[in-house]
Design a protein around this ligand. Sequence first.
Ligand code: GLU
Length: 354
Amino acid sequence: MAGLFFRSDTAIALLHVPFMPRPAPSPLPRIRVLATGGTIAGAQTGGARGYKAAAFSVEALIAAVPQLSELARLDVEQVAAIGSQDMDEATWRKLAARATAAFADPDIAGVVITHGTDTMEETAFFLNLVVRSEKPVVLVGAMRPATAISADGPMNLFNAVAVAAHAEAHGRGVLVVANDEIHFAREVAKTNTTQVGTFRATARGLAGLVNAGRIHFYSAPVRKHTAQSEFTLEGVTALPRVEIVYAYAGAGRELIDAAVKAGARGLVIAGVGDGNLGATALAAASEAAQAGVAVVRSSRTGGGVVERNIEIDDDQHGFIVADELNPPKARVLLMLGLTRSRDARVLQELFFSY
Ligand code: GLU
């Protein structure tokens, strides 16, 4: 009898449980993929050595990684189909506009940009300064073409979408994902011509790791970016011309003079050591600065801080130091900085802030 009572009590209790509908599974985040070409979309030509960048469409890249459908709902746009050595201001502006437009849609959680690795750090830093959103922008590339033995693109793309779809990616600025690593746009640089581990951030380290879509974020970015940035492209029809001049033993003044004559409003010196340049080139750079050209001393070493007034009297010459930015990133910041001011002191503050 006890068993019978038990069963009937249970039945009654079940009858009185209010109907609790299961919550519908929340939809996967929506990610927009903006494609520009690069080796990630490259096809080998003539055996295992040669290849042509930007041979495959973004749809083909995504079709090669069906597991992406477990991470996100993707929509795609082919913005360009180039090797990133052909990246230019017009395409940067298009990417900034397309990312900004994507983020105006509240349903879009993040943007992934497929890109060649040669100039990825420049595009990433440019977007880090002009896309005013907390939502993630993740650049991804590959060192081996899509048809190569052990192509690195498919896993890099999978990891990039995983990062862009991750809630903790918000507010970290523009990121670069490759070789299971997550990098900050400001810190990352391509350091090797061919190896898959080419991206390094020697000074301040990684933003995190991503192992087959499993994400481990480390530190937060140290400088202002994206949503806190003061830069805007609105009303700017063309960015001021900024040239990079490389320093070396025995360098003369001809290249600096030529850049000024060609109309450069800014010059970045890829200086030796702590942004140094020999006496002849120094005289030309000083004359350029006195004539109103913004002169930024960066370093060709690939690491470290360029300090003010060590061997070169920056105060006297009217120079700006690049702080930690390598020459191509210093150029990006100077181009944007010159849209706000030509005053060397104001520009110097920008190099200490971004
Ligand atoms: N030059 C090519 C590019 O930057 C090759 C480098 C790469 O994508 O890995 O698009």
